[in-house]
Design a protein around this ligand. Structure first.
Ligand code: FAD
Length: 366
């Protein structure tokens, strides 16, 4: 199959999906490739902050996501010895301390809005395999596999929005360095008890963060930070003492935890890493979101940054297409606009991770 588009985006995560929508809205012919067959894919964090909310509002998408179902967080609490020792409430003029948006609903709303545009094509179950280059080394499209079928797409620009293991980054030979953060994350999900308030709760367990996120639809997500690479050893032991630590931290959930988290099969392991690339742009190709700057879960910044990237990149690509200039120099405006903010937040993540215990140092007993 041979196709042509102005822009080909690889990856329909939050960043790629939003970029596809914004380009299609501008009348730019856009093909989005997603390796998964459905959007209900692997589980990730799903909390948005004010930045992500503002981007969705700016582009008229917030109402659709809201209609699909989201949950506003009322406060963040820090718990010690079964009691709240510190509470963070919304700042002046703010309605919440974050929003839980199930990723399936976020992506469905964005993709649903995109499909109204004639120049938009989404190809699910399609995995990029090769980049196409012209004689001067500029990227001019890609090859992908849609099931057993090879697809060749000629495009003026290829965008790698394909996440932390980005294939586009690798095929374009854009260097990156990976940093691990000394911890991995174990997640488990329970149904929330009746009348549970929308909150994020934090505790300190064995010197590590145990966080609890209320989710839309009546769920609570637990996130246990565990020492990096320790899960195989941990899994050889009984999980009962591990679960008891969560009960000790949040006694009001004792019954729900005991009845719904009973074996290691109830946990999902998420490996934590961040990344840095010295450039995000080459002639005819660029990377965005986690492909350009993988974020750790700390502070729940990653989705928001991908949405912000898409917001800026849509204008940069539109200008490049107007000028028919797809050189590194022309596309670099994207990186210039976004790199400093991103690196500042990556640094904030490192600081938050190193100082997490300080939240429990001088408890103000309520
Ligand atoms: C445990 C954990 C919890 C987190 N919690 C939060 C949170 O609460 N809030 C927050 O803001 N951030 C959170 N993050 C970070 C957030 O998940 C990422 O920063 C965000 O998903 C990045 O969005 P993206 O669109 O750039 O990439 P991704 O969401 O990774 O999307 C990339 C897409 O590309 C597709 N793809 C990959 N390779 C190919 C290929 N070869 N061909 C075609 N398609 C391909 C993938 O299937 C995927 O759909 C968390 C991260 C982790 C690890």
């Amino acid at each position: 199959m041979n196709l042509e588009a102005d822009v080909c985006i690889v990856g329909a995560g939050p960043g790629g999906a939003l970029l596809g929508y914004l380009l299609a809205k501008k009348g730019i012919s856009t093909i989005v490739l997603e390796r998964h067959v459905g959007i209900d894919k692997e589980f990730r964090g799903e909390h948005l902050n004010q930045d992500g909310e503002q981007v969705l509002k700016k582009h008229g998408l917030y109402e659709q996501v809201e209609a699909a179902g989201l949950l506003l967080m009322e406060r963040v609490e820090y718990w010690q010895h079964g009691r709240v020792i510190k509470t963070v409430t919304p700042g002046a003029g703010e309605q919440h301390v974050g929003i839980h948006v199930p990723q399936k609903k976020l992506l469905s709303a964005i993709i649903g809005a995109s499909e109204h545009y004639q120049d938009y094509k989404l190809m699910m179950g399609t995995k990029v395999t090769e980049l196409l280059f012209n004689e001067t080394g500029s990227v001019t499209g890609l090859k992908a596999m849609n099931g057993e079928q090879e697809v060749t797409i000629k495009s003026k620009i290829v965008v790698g929005a394909d996440g932390r293991f980005s294939t586009v980054r690798k095929l374009a030979e854009i260097p990156f360095s990976k940093t691990t953060h000394g911890y991995d994350l174990l997640w488990a999900k329970i149904r929330s008890p009746h009348n549970w308030e929308p909150t994020i709760k934090n505790a300190l367990v064995n010197g590590q963060q145990l966080a609890l996120f209320t989710q839309a639809g009546g769920f609570i997500q637990f996130g246990w930070n565990i020492e990096e690479d320790s899960y195989p050893t941990l899994k050889k032991q009984s999980c009962a003492p591990f679960i008891e630590q969560a009960i000790e931290a949040f006694p009001e959930l004792a019954e729900s935890i005991r009845s719904q988290i009973q074996s290691w099969d109830d946990f999902i392991l998420l490996k934590v890493q961040s990344s840095h690339s010295p450039t995000w742009v080459k002639d005819g190709v660029l990377i965005m979101g986690d492909a350009a700057h993988t974020m750790t879960p700390t502070g729940a910044f990653g989705i928001n940054l991908s949405l912000l990237d898409a917001d800026v990149l849509a204008d940069v690509l539109s200008e490049a297409l107007d000028k028919q200039n797809f050189s590194t120099a022309q596309l670099k405006g994207f990186e210039e606009a976004r790199r400093a903010h991103t690196e500042k937040l990556q640094e904030q993540q490192r600081v938050k991770e190193m100082t997490y215990q300080d939240n429990f140092a001088e408890p103000i007993l309520s």
